[in-house]
Design a protein around this ligand. Sequence first.
Ligand code: ZN
Ligand code: ZN
Length: 172
Amino acid sequence: MRIKLDEIPASGLFFRVDDDSWVSANDFVCQGPVQATVSLGKDGGRILLAGTLHLTIVLECDRCLDSFTYIVDEEFEVVFELLAKEEEASVASDHFCKGSELDVEFLAEPVVDIFSVLAQQLYLALPDKKLCCDNCLGLCPECGANLNRFSCNCARGSGASPFNVLAKLKVH
Ligand SMILES: [Zn+2]
Ligand SMILES: [Zn+2]
């Protein structure tokens, strides 16, 4: 979904993004409906995009590799600035430091790709550490059993379990 800048009226644009094909196109797996809204407005030479993103995404736990669902409920703002032709070749770093603390994304052509904005915002909304639950026990390093569901014999005997460490601490 690409919006040309000259399609944005002075009063701005607001729309719901009903097409959720961008989710799977970016290797995200979601569950249930994807709700996204976008508003676009012009401010001088800049384009202000404000949006909301609400969906349930399926992630893989970093510890036990089980899939789990994660609810994304985000509001975001992005500022775009169209690069003048002569600037394109040299997006110098001083351009970014022109007194504004706003994150500005530069457009090489007068088009905002809504789907890539949404995909980027979804990446940003995901947790750094993806855990199915705060106290996920992970996989047994010996036999690979998912310790959230099974207690294998090697885990009990290895002394590697965090619970064994706790038990020892209590004794002293
Ligand atoms: Zn887990
Ligand atoms: Zn084991």
